[in-house]
Structure formats: C-alpha cells, structure tokens
Design a protein around this ligand. Structure first.
Ligand code: WTA
Length: 653
C-alpha cells in the first residue's frame, strides 16, 4: 500500500516540447475533436477505418454486439497484407517501393534491409509456397522462428491467403509448442534450424521434431529456414527447406478478399488455469485499431526508423513490430538477439548506427540498463531519438525518470502504453503531443476507448481508491474469443461484471483526480515476469508432472529487475529427499515443460502446503512468506497452522 500512496503523490508533470507538438500527427485540437467523436465509439472507429485502412468492399454495419460477442465492420472486405504492402506500391505512395520496410540486424551483426517492393515480392512467393503445400483459407499455420525477416514474411503470407497464423515465441519449449500446435490444429509449421541468442544458438528445428515426435496430429508440412547452419534432421516428405520452395514459387499472388471478421491470427497467452488460451483476433477491427494507434501514439512519419524491441512471438511484436507499423508505411527495425550481447551497450549501438527515431521497450529492460550503469548509454549518440515508449508492466517512476533523462536526453516524450494480448492494440496511453505525462501513469484512454476503475459491484470508485480495471464498451481490436472454448471466453472476461456488460482486464488500478490511470498489476493468478505473462497454475502443473513432486504452489515475489520472480513451494513425493540437486532438477524440468522464462527463481520444500478447510491453497500467505513479509491478516481458516510455522522456521534457518 505504501508504494501505491507514494505513486499517487507523484506530482511531476511533463509537457512535450513545442518542436514536438509542431510536427505531431495528432495535436491537442485533433485529440479534442476525436474524444468528442469517440463518445460514440462506432462513429470514431468508422472514421479511423476509412482514414487508415484500405478496403476492397466497404462495410455495412460498424458494430454488431451481442454480448459478449462483437463484430466490427460487418460486410467489409479487406486484406491485412495488402494494407501492409501493396498499398505502399501504388498511387500517391508508390515511391515507398524503394523505401526500407524492414531493417534487420542479427545478433552476430549481419544487417539486411528489405524495401517495401522486396518484402511484397517475398511475401507473395511464400504465400504461393503455402498454397503449393495445400494450405487453404482458414487453415492454421504455426510459426516458431527467431526474429529474422522470414518470420515477418511468413506471417504476412498467411494473412495474404487468409490462413490464420499461430506464432509461438521461440523461447518456448518443445512441450509448450506441441500443446499450441495441437490446440490450434495447425496444418503446417514454419521454423528455422535455429536462432542466435547470447552468443550461442537456440535449436528450433530440433524442438519442432520433439513436439511432433509422438504424433504429428494435423501437421503435414514443416518449412525450415536456414539461419544458424546447425545440422538438422529433415524428415522426407514432411520437411522442406525454405529456399528450395521459394526458388520455385511465383512472385505473383493476389491478396484474398477477406471478410472483416475473418480470423487473422491466434496467439496463446497464460491465464489463471494450467492451459494457455488461444486468443483469437480477426482482420478489420484489429487492423483499424493497431494502425490508428501506431499513427497517433508513435507519431509515425515516413522519415522515422521505428524500433520495438519485443519479439514477434508476443502480441507487442504482432501489433507494433509488424501490422500497425507496416500498415503505416513506416520503417520497422527487427533485432534478433539479446539486449546485452556482446556488450551491455548493444541496444544503444543499434540506435546510434541505424539512427532510430522512435524506441519502444519494456520497463524490465530499462531496469536492467539502470543496473548496468548509464556510462554504456552515454558512450553513444542517441540524438536521433524523438519519442520513447514502454509496455508490458507498470513502470516505476525512478525507471521512467532514468529513461527520460539518460535515453531521451530530456527532450523525448514517453508513451507508457497499457494494453493486453486480448485487447489487440493500445488502450490507455498518452498521445505524445496532446497529453501531459506523469512518471508511472499510462494517463488516459485512447479516443473511442472507454475504461473505468470499479469495485466488486462494478461501481466506479472515487479517486484515489483502487479497484478493477474494466473496459466499458466494445473496441475494434478486442479478442473475438478463445480458440475452441467459447465458455472460457465468457467466464474469464465477461462474467464478473455481467450486469454491467464490462470487459474485465484482470488488472488492478487507481485513478487520480485528473482521471489519469495508474495500473498496479494483475489481480488474478497471472504473474508478470519481465513483462511476460505466466500463470501460476501453469508452473504448478509443470512441477507436479515431475515424479518427485507430490504437490506444488507457485506465487510471485516482487523483484527489482524482472518485476516478479517465480517462487515455488513444493512437497516432495514419498521417497524423494528435499535436496539441492532436486531443486536444480525441478528448475530444469519447468524450463523443459514451458520454457526458460518460467524457470522458478526459488524452490522451497515444505512437508505440507497451507490450505483452507475447503482445501484451497492460501496463496496470499505464501506470497507474504515468499516476499519475506510479516504474515498478516486472517489465518484462522488455516487447515494446519503447523505448516505455516514450519515454512517460517525454514526461512529463519
Ligand atoms: C500488464 C502486453 C502497467 C498488465 C501488451 C496487462 C501493463 C498485461 C502495461 C498484459 C502498462 C501491459 N502498465 N501494466 N503500460 N502494459 N501491462 O498480454 O498487467 O503480454 O494485463 O500484453 O501486462 O500482458 P500481455
């Protein structure tokens, strides 16, 4: 609570410079007009859809909402890859044919630039490759790749033929990949031999083989890009080299004319149960949302070199490395590797060499750089930067100030953008020339977006009280469902405030007297580790799948760098000793089941877990123990008070 109070006492306010305001895409006046228009969200978004998106056929109805299912731009037809590519090659923007679409830098230092003309050609060829492999409109394609241009080519090729992609972050394990491939019923997998990471290679193809070993399920073809040159096994008939297929493919492929509600992609994210959920996004609304927000919030111009450091395997990469950025005809930078390889200044070196103008990253990265020391930043000329952004977790005011001062040279506005995999695009954020910023606040909702902080009953709380963050009106980029699980969609997001019809985001927040939002973090059993969502239950099920584990409970503990560190309380199975070796074994096991990001920072053994009489694990209590806090509050419902005492003793040892 002390933290919250100090946040709400944050008095510093930052205004954009007159130079920034003068050149901005949206100034105060535009935003005032749009906020007015946005009081009727449909009217605002219809205008944005006309201004920022190209349609083959106009829509008949802007929004059709039948709780909890929304359809946007009903009857409209378009294609996302056409919007990201073709429309920059004709008409008044035809000069963009020879403009950089993607500037790629690999971790070993190799640089490749693809112009819009070249990217279009490659996407058309790969779209034909997919068609030649029998991939049809509506078929799902899994993509498991490093951050290389072929990843962008593969996703845009899927969009071109109307085959929804399901991108699985390259840091996920073979096990996690298998679940996602099968849940989506993917017919093909696009991968690479490997990717470069921290001076070594991540073996992606080997993981695909492991994922498909027991059963290929619906997968008929695997396409492999040669990236690292590592030796791989190729299964005859199933596996193909990218370059072989591309050589034979025609570079002509007309974009499919797709319904506005045609599925564009599925992206898995962690929730409160053990199984990740496939978040479904469709074409017209999503594209309108991400293109408009990228234009207004990142203030994109033809002269920009924009760099978002997120991996395309997360929603931030989908929306703001690829779709929203290319749809604006801007230059997007893609970097393959680790932020601190080969030295702590890799990011600043990239910004200097490529003259990056707009930079978007996560608070956890900023906190890492603070710890590494500002001399690594100071070594580089960052004068090209004009705008900074953050996403993924709350940013503490100190980190915000450091970003502002050391990276932004006190001249760049900072856009702290709040949104989620489910929202598709940015929901709450400053518009840099129009909204003054306060360190630690994502400020106010985008025009046409309506958010509130409410109590248990769904009534708006009075500032500065805290409550649940909700979205009170449908928005174009909203998820259209959870793949294959409509009941879970209703339960998770809509049931809690059913009587109000609000979307429940799962975050806790406050509003101050000016109406600014201060997001505090998740209020459910989802942890945010380095800006990545991991479900406590997901880690628990990974742990109990190990024969040495009888029972496990996982909680988050506050961590200075990663935001949250994963702490697991484990009861060993009969015949297993609580030893240091087992700790290492279990940490490895979780990394194998989910991926290195889910590896617990700490594992504590206990002979029983504290439970209520009805058998529910008392997480609040475990959270206090994990954080080394005094255990406060009511513990009278504890099934076995001795358990608590023993956990405490262990700590004091
Ligand atoms: C958190 C990432 C505070 C939040 C785009 C949300 C944030 C979850 C912010 C979604 C922010 C994201 N300030 N918290 N600016 N941005 N979050 O699905 O808890 O990976 O619910 O989407 O990240 O994470 P996801």
């Amino acid at each position: 609570m002390a933290e919250i109070e100090s946040l709400l006492r944050e008095k510093r306010v930052f205004k954009p410079s007159p130079e920034f305001v003068r050149q901005a895409n949206w100034n105060k006046k535009t935003v005032r007009e749009y906020r007015k228009l946005g009081e009727k969200p449909e009217r605002f978004w219809a205008r944005m859809a006309r201004e920022h998106v190209s349609w083959f056929t106009p829509w008949k109805e802007t929004l059709r909402f039948k709780w909890p299912n929304a359809k946007w731009f009903v009857g409209g037809k378009l294609n996302a890859s056409f919007n990201c590519l073709d429309r920059h090659l004709e008409g008044p923007n035809a000069w963009r044919r020879n403009k950089a679409a993607i500037v790629f830098e690999g971790e070993p230092g190799d640089v490749r630039v693809l112009t819009y003309g070249q990217l279009h050609r490659e996407v058309c060829r790969f779209a034909n490759v997919l068609k030649n492999l029998g991939v049809r409109k509506g078929d799902r394609v899994a993509i498991y790749m490093p951050m290389i241009p072929e990843l962008a080519i593969a996703m845009l090729a899927c969009a071109r033929i109307g085959a929804p992609h399901s991108i699985v972050f390259g840091g996920f394990s073979a096990e996690a990949l298998r679940d996602r491939i099968h849940d989506a019923g993917a017919v093909a997998v696009v991968t690479a031999d490997g990717g470069h990471r921290r001076g070594s290679t991540v073996k992606l193809k080997a993981a695909v083989d492991e994922a498909l070993r027991a059963e290929a399920g619906s997968v008929r073809n695997v396409v492999v890009v040669r990236r690292t040159g590592d030796a791989v096994d190729m299964v005859p008939g199933r596996d193909h080299w990218w370059e072989d297929l591309m050589r034979e493919a025609s570079p002509v492929c007309p974009p499919a004319k797709l319904d506005a509600e045609h599925p564009l992609f599925i992206l898995y994210t962690s929730g409160t149960t053990g199984k990740p959920k496939g978040i479904l996004h469709t074409t017209g609304g999503y594209l309108t949302h991400v293109t408009t927000t990228a234009h207004a919030i990142f203030d994109l111009k033809d002269t920009d070199t924009y760099w978002c450091t997120a991996d395309i395997g997360w929603i931030t990469g989908h929306s703001y490395v690829i779709y929203g950025i290319l749809a604006n005809g801007a230059t997007t930078l893609m970097y393959e590797g680790a932020p601190t390889h080969p030295g702590p200044d890799r990011f600043w070196d990239i910004i200097e060499r490529h003259r990056v103008t707009v930079f978007y990253t996560a608070p956890t990265a900023i906190r890492t750089f603070i710890r590494l020391g500002e001399e690594h930043v100071r070594k580089h000329d960052l004068s090209s930067l004009r705008l900074l952004g953050t996403v993924g977790e709350p940013i503490n005011p100190e980190a915000w100030m450091w970003y502002h001062r050391v990276v932004g040279g006190r001249r760049c506005p900072i856009v702290d953008t709040w949104w989620q995999t489910e929202t598709g695009g940015i929901m709450i954020s400053p518009i840099p020339a129009a909204v003054d910023t306060k360190p630690g606040s994502c400020t106010v909702p985008f025009p046409g977006i309506h958010a509130a902080v409410v109590d248990d009953e769904g009534e708006e709380v009075k500032p500065p009280d805290g409550g649940f963050l909700v979205i009170t009106h449908p928005w174009p980029g909203m998820l259209r469902g959870i793949w294959g699980d409509p009941a879970r969609y209703r339960e998770t997001y809509w049931k809690r405030f059913r009587h109000k019809g609000y979307y429940f985001a799962g975050d806790g927040a406050h509003r101050d007297k000016q109406g600014y939002f201060w997001v505090m973090g998740r209020v459910d059993d989802v942890m945010n580790v380095s800006g990545h969502r991991i479900g406590t239950m997901e880690v628990e099920s990974a742990l109990v799948s190990h024969p040495a584990v009888a029972e496990a409970a996982v909680v988050g503990r506050p961590d200075e760098i990663t935001g949250t560190a994963i702490v697991a309380f484990v009861t060993p199975a009969l015949g297993f000793e609580a030893e240091a070796e087992l700790v290492e074994e279990l940490r490895r096991h979780v990394a194998h089941e989910i991926g290195p990001i889910a590896r617990p920072a700490e594992i504590r053994f206990t002979d029983a877990l504290p439970k209520t009489r009805s058998g529910k694990i008392m997480r609040r209590l475990l959270r206090d123990i994990a954080a080394g806090r005094e255990v406060v509050g009511d513990t009278t419902t504890l099934e076995d008070l001795g358990v608590l005492a023993r956990l405490r003793e262990q700590e004091e040892e």
